[in-house]
Design a protein around this ligand. Structure first.
Ligand code: GLN
Length: 399
């Protein structure tokens, strides 16, 4: 007689086996292994603003070292509410609508778990930020994908309408968009809003790149579209705007009817975000508008620099209107697929990028795509340029 039944229970859950480790984070590990220039995972390689670092240090020295209120320290929640109202004219009540989480990643997970029941459908635009796949699995949602078509990453309104039905609980929007750089227009958001109202669905809007927007485009939060304020959860955080991705401070702005559920899930997932960093967050959100203008202007220069580099090295590039990624097509390089090309690029050329298939669920989609990020010092981009010289030689050899 065996001691254990045939099927051992010493395995991960069914849920956990349905998704793989993050390819984005894996590329950073591979980059460290090979000593590459990391244009994969989206985090800056330059310092955060000094005022914010000083505020975090001051908070620790002032002994703000114990738990904040689970749904967020008052100064940060008040600042989030104040800024959204000031910018977009939608009144937000911090006590009823703002929940601070451990980064926007947790904000998304907490929101999904708070509002989705197994069997509920959630509409997701494809390509999508990698995390939304596992978020759907962990919350039990059934994703319904709607394609964003290159080169401008537009969607067919009929496809979108066909993805909604009476099981649709929510749609995930990410504008400015990772990985495509698309900025959803007011008209597109109105199309989405009409469907949300028709099917009584919630918009979960990840606006982490709100301030990273180019060419005079305007960011439109879907919560500002008529009838959407009370059916939208807006997600944002400090990471991208203030170059502090490792702080993991994010938040949700939700209608009061959903806040209680989000706060409960958040509380039992993480209790709360780091207290001293929340104090620094309130300082960050009080920076003048010139901070945001300068952030976008600097990123626009880096976007243009990386586009020029990638064009020169014969990638097909899709110019982003926002966020800090460039999607490229690598179909002409003659590799079997994006993963093979990305591995070759980090190992032999010394530049890390993210395989396009990480952003698609549809089999085979993304196999000719590669995403580069440009949230890096100009010297880093120049070094990537130098290393990519090797690509030409390899290209000729491998054809
Ligand atoms: N959003 C960033 C990216 O897409 C990184 C996010 C993360 O790794 N948590 O690369």
């Amino acid at each position: 007689m065996t001691e254990f039944p045939q099927m051992s229970k010493l395995t991960g859950s069914k849920r956990a086996t349905q998704f793989t480790e993050s390819v984005i984070r894996e590329m950073t590990r591979l980059n460290q292994l090979y000593g590459g220039v990391n244009l994969s995972q989206g985090f800056p390689d330059f310092p955060a603003p000094p005022e914010i670092k000083a505020a975090a240090c001051a908070a620790i020295n002032d002994d703000v070292n114990q738990y904040a209120v689970t749904w967020g320290a008052r100064p940060l929640r008040e600042a989030v509410a104040r800024e959204f109202t000031r910018r977009y004219g939608v009144p937000i009540v911090a006590d009823e609508q703002v929940t601070v989480c451990c980064g926007t990643t947790e904000a998304m997970m907490a929101t999904m778990m708070a509002i989705v029941d197994p069997g509920d459908e959630v509409v997701v635009f494809e390509p999508f930020y990698e995390n939304y796949g596992p978020d759907a699995i962990l919350s039990g949602a059934t994703p319904r994908y709607v394609t964003l078509h290159e080169p401008d990453w537009s969607f067919d309104p009929d496809d979108l309408a066909a993805a909604f039905n009476d099981k649709t609980k929510a749609i995930i929007i990410n504008t400015p968009n990772n990985p495509t750089g698309k900025v959803f227009s007011r008209e597109e958001l109105e199309t989405i809003a009409t469907l949300c109202r028709k099917w009584d669905a919630i918009a979960i809007s990840d606006e982490i790149y709100e301030h990273i927007i180019y060419d005079g485009q305007q960011h439109v939060p879907i919560a500002t579209i008529e009838g959407m304020a009370d059916r939208t959860v807006t997600l944002n955080g400090l990471s991208k705007t203030f170059s502090v991705t490792g702080w993991c401070v994010g938040w949700t702005i939700s209608p009061p009817s959903l806040t209680g559920a989000i706060r409960k899930v958040h509380d039992f997932l993480t209790v709360g975000a780091p207290a001293p960093l929340q104090e620094a967050g309130a300082v960050a959100l009080a920076l003048p508008d010139s901070y945001y203008t300068s952030l976008a202007a600097k990123y626009q220069e880096r976007r243009d620099a990386l586009i020029a580099i990638l064009d020169r090295h014969r990638f097909t590039t899709y110019k982003p209107s926002g966020a800090y990624y460039i999607m490229t097509d690598i179909g002409t390089f003659g590799f079997a697929d994006d993963v093979e090309f990305a591995r070759y690029l980090v190992k032999d050329v010394g530049v890390a990028a993210v395989p396009g298939s990480s952003f698609y669920k549809t089999a085979g989609a993304g196999r000719t795509k590669l995403r580069f990020c440009f949230c890096k010092r100009p010297e880093t981009l120049a070094e990537a340029d130098r290393r990519l010289e090797k690509l030409v030689v390899a290209d000729v050899t491998l054809h």
